[in-house]
Design a protein around this ligand. Structure first.
Ligand code: NAD
Length: 371
């Protein structure tokens, strides 16, 4: 079968990657979608059970750091576009083990770039190398408004300050995770500037939704509330994050891959800022309601723990360039997104049990139970 395009999606068995793969496989039957993933603790092919037999879908188990394997993959499938999501993605893990983050996020990205460069061999007609990154590379913003005040633009919580990250904000990463992502962003841009590779970079805020590994705040808390386990809140829960429903991110990735300006950078965000403690209370309220518990029952589970080292106070993203240039906006109101998300985790306990067995149990007790 001949395909119109052959796209390589890395990290497609992870949280965001699985939503991107599903969208592309279903929307573009004329494209071959090659999902390449090492299947670390965060990668799970069960996330893609509904499309695994689609005729335009192929899975390759490989490590992006393995340059020879990357080159072979480009040659075998005649890859003409890359959407690169594979990464180590959890800040707490990066604090314990920064080497793994430098290896995968920096060296792995470089290995993919180098394989693309060798395979494309200067013929960049119709090619695209799109790298998915985070708003955490920009550092932290001040909290200058005590309460999130609606500004008419938001999809939920309003802004906690006047300043936002824009595409020209200077990089100032503070965690080993964000330092490794910043470094990979620089390599991608360097491959455009040095070799003329048609690259794109996007920096997105916190995603939430189904299939997120339950070490991340929202799924961790949904699961802990259900099982009456403590809810570990860093510091006083004052840190502010912008939240975006994962399918809105996947739609943005599709749009930018096809229509984004080469060498462009786009910020992607939800205009939806929440203090951690307020967000946690919304999650508690939703889980209690859906489990038929009286309102506020699970608030007693909130347990304040020592703040994360180097914890950035506020992230807030200005995604108006993406809105003005390409017409993208988040579609889901936060209340609706949280309701969908909580329902999904409550309905998919088996998925949670599968991904949290084995090694994760050890990590979980080291991180959250023995402190
Ligand atoms: P995730 O941890 O859920 O998934 C990462 C995937 O990459 C997993 O399937 C894993 O098996 C795979 N992987 C890890 N190391 C690999 C390697 N060496 N070779 C091949 N595959 C490997 O992460 P996510 O939350 O889906 O994030 C995806 C991307 O989006 C990352 O680049 C992350 O930095 C970025 N991002 C995430 C968020 C968020 O809120 N989750 C926000 C902005 C940007």
């Amino acid at each position: 079968m001949t395909f119109q395009r052959n796209l390589l999606v890395t990290g497609g068995a992870g949280f965001i990657g699985s939503h991107v793969v599903r969208l592309l496989v279903n929307k573009y039957p004329q494209y071959r979608i090659v999902n390449l993933d090492k299947l670390t603790y965060a990668g799970n092919l069960a996330n893609l059970a509904d499309i695994e037999n689609a005729p335009n879908y192929t899975f390759v188990k490989a490590d992006i750091c393995d340059f020879e394997k990357m080159l072979e993959t480009f040659r075998t499938y005649r890859i003409d576009g890359v959407i690169h999501l594979a990464a180590e993605s959890h800040v707490d893990r990066s604090i314990k083990d920064p080497f793994t983050f430098a290896r995968t996020n920096v060296m792995g990205t470089l290995s993919l770039l180098q394989a693309a460069k060798e395979f494309w061999n200067g013929d960049y007609q119709g090619k695209r190398f799109y790298h998915i990154s985070t708003d955490e590379v920009y550092g932290a913003l001040e909290l200058t408004k005590p309460h999130g005040e609606p500004d008419g633009n938001e999809c939920g919580g309003g802004p906690y300050g006047e300043e936002f990250f824009t595409e020209t904000t200077k990089y100032d990463p503070h965690s080993p995770y964000s330092a490794s992502k910043a470094s990979s962003d620089h390599f991608v841009r360097a491959f455009h500037d040095t070799y003329g590779m048609p690259t794109l970079v996007t920096n997105c805020s916190n995603n939430y939704g189904p299939f997120q590994f339950p070490e991340k705040l929202i799924p961790l808390f949904i699961n802990n509330i259900r099982h009456n386990k403590p809810l570990p809140v860093y510091g006083k829960g004052e840190n502010v994050r912008d939240w975006l429903y994962v399918e809105d991110h996947a739609r943005a990735i599709d749009l930018i891959f096809h229509e984004g300006k080469i060498a462009g950078t786009y910020n992607i965000g939800g205009f939806n800022e929440w203090k951690n403690i307020d967000l946690i209370k919304v999650v508690i309220k939703t889980v209690d309601r859906l489990l038929g518990r009286p309102e506020g029952t699970s608030e007693k589970l909130i347990t304040y723990v020592t703040d994360r080292a180097g914890h950035d106070l506020r992230y807030a993203i200005d995604s108006s360039k993406l809105k003005n240039e390409l017409g993208w906006e988040p579609t889901l109101q936060f209340e609706e997104g949280i309701e969908k998300t909580v329902r999904w985790y409550l309905d998919n306990q088996k998925w949670i049990d599968n991904v949290t067995s084995g090694q994760y149990q050890k990590y979980y007790s080291e991180m959250y139970e023995n402190r």
